[in-house]
Design a protein around this ligand. Structure first.
Ligand code: SF4
Length: 409
């Protein structure tokens, strides 16, 4: 009997949950809740899950980890059923998973390295995540992540290659490079290797790896190695997800982002010039403080003009202690309404992007229940079920706003 895991938030949390699954293998009647602090809603859902588990399963030992626990351990320790709180550094160390080990949350801002924690399996997932970086040195005015994850630090390339080899040996066909701010990769390593040079080295040293995908990129920090790789390496997937956050220069300045709309336009244009069929995704915040109707219209126009098919839109969420939380707020209902309009624009672009795939042959990484994702990360419904985790050539027979329908080619 092994501990159960409930994971909130980002791919990095998913990766770390697999590390904890290994460490907590011997713990019975234990639920690990790996929290996220990016939005108030993420924290609310974790609290709700903890209260429900404690109510429905008296005697269950609940261990809380993750960014929300790192930022306010006492608050999470006070919830019913919680027997231990571990910080983001401690949760990855076996010693803290001994049967009656105590709470342990150290000052994350003092972390200086990312110890390697090899993982060979991602329970129930067709693709695997490889951590290459941790933490963040930026201070976007809406964000608490640096205070949950600490300063930016990189996993040495050798450890990344070793991890990738282990996952490919376990049968994974697709790996996703992940972290908090992966475009900061290497700034703390000797010789300051770039993210692009890491990806090139990985693909060269792991020739069996079929598909490499990148998680979210800071549009202000995409390096020339990465552009060259994107231009010429078919194993690097034609899919870039950008941490845009807004399409208005004034709002971007108030967010303390490192790019303006002209930079974002140039990045999207360059990506499409290098890989005309490339899929672009973006994170956007709707209703950031001081965002007037006119400033919102700038973001909406930007999204429509850029035809970004994969939009992840979040209504702005106040985070305690952040500069943005002290700025004049947009009413919550208006934030949600604006998020809805951005999502609608994204859905239009997605439908058009999917429609352009009709009749083409795509390569699908199969998942459960006859589904999968193409190299462009388009959701695919297959005519027949296939074993998960396989690469399948499939001809697109239909499309709609949700994705592609396809049959084995
Ligand atoms: S880059 Fe900005 S939004 Fe991203 S984790 Fe760092 S502070 Fe947060």
């Amino acid at each position: 009997m092994s501990a159960e895991l409930l994971t909130f938030g980002c791919r990095l949390n998913t990766y770390e949950s697999e590390v904890m699954r290994g460490h907590a293998a011997g713990l019975a009647d234990t639920l690990i809740v790996n929290t996220c602090a990016v939005t108030a809603e993420a924290e609310r859902q974790a609290r709700q899950a903890i209260r429900r588990a404690a109510r429905e399963r008296p005697g269950l030992s609940i261990v809380v980890t993750g960014c929300a626990a790192q930022r306010d351990p006492a608050a999470w320790r006070a919830l019913p059923g919680v027997t231990r709180v571990l910080g983001n550094a401690e949760k990855l160390l076996a010693a803290h998973w001994a049967k009656d080990a105590p709470d342990a949350v150290s000052d994350i801002m003092t972390q200086r390295a990312v110890p390697a924690h090899p993982v060979t399996e991602f329970a129930g997932r067709a693709r695997a995540y490889v951590q290459v970086q941790q933490g963040c040195d930026h201070r976007c005015t809406f964000c608490v992540i640096p205070f949950g994850r600490g300063p930016s630090r990189s996993v040495p390339a050798g450890a990344v290659v070793t991890q990738a080899r282990a996952l490919v040996a376990s049968g994974y066909q697709e790996l996703v490079l992940t972290g908090v701010d992966i475009t900061s990769y290497g700034t703390d390593l000797p010789g300051r290797p770039s993210l692009g040079s890491l990806a090139r080295r990985l693909l060269a040293l792991v020739p069996e790896l079929a598909r490499l995908r990148l998680s979210s990129l800071d549009p202000a920090a995409i390096d020339e190695d990465l552009w060259r790789l994107l231009a010429g390496e078919p194993r690097l997937m034609p899919h870039l997800h950008l941490s845009l956050q807004a399409g208005s220069d004034l709002i971007l300045k108030r967010m303390k982002r490192r790019h303006l709309t002209a930079d974002a336009r140039a990045v999207i244009a360059r990506a499409r010039a290098l890989r005309p069929d490339i899929a672009i995704g973006a994170d956007l915040i709707a209703g950031f403080p001081t965002e007037t109707d006119a400033l919102f219209a700038e973001t909406l126009d930007f999204v429509r003009e850029s035809a970004i098919p994969y939009l992840h839109v979040f209504p702005y969420s106040e985070r305690p202690g952040t500069p943005a939380a002290r700025m004049p707020a947009v009413p919550v209902a208006e934030r949600r309404a604006r998020a809805g309009r951005l999502r609608a624009a994204g859905a239009e672009a997605a439908a058009a992007f999917f429609a352009a795939q009709l009749g083409r042959t795509v390569t699908v990484l199969t998942e459960r229940d006859g589904t999968g994702h193409s190299e462009h990360f388009a959701p695919v419904r297959l005519a027949a079920p296939h074993a998960p985790g396989r690469l399948l050539a499939a001809r697109v027979t239909g499309t709609d706003a949700r994705g592609l329908s396809a049959e084995a080619a």
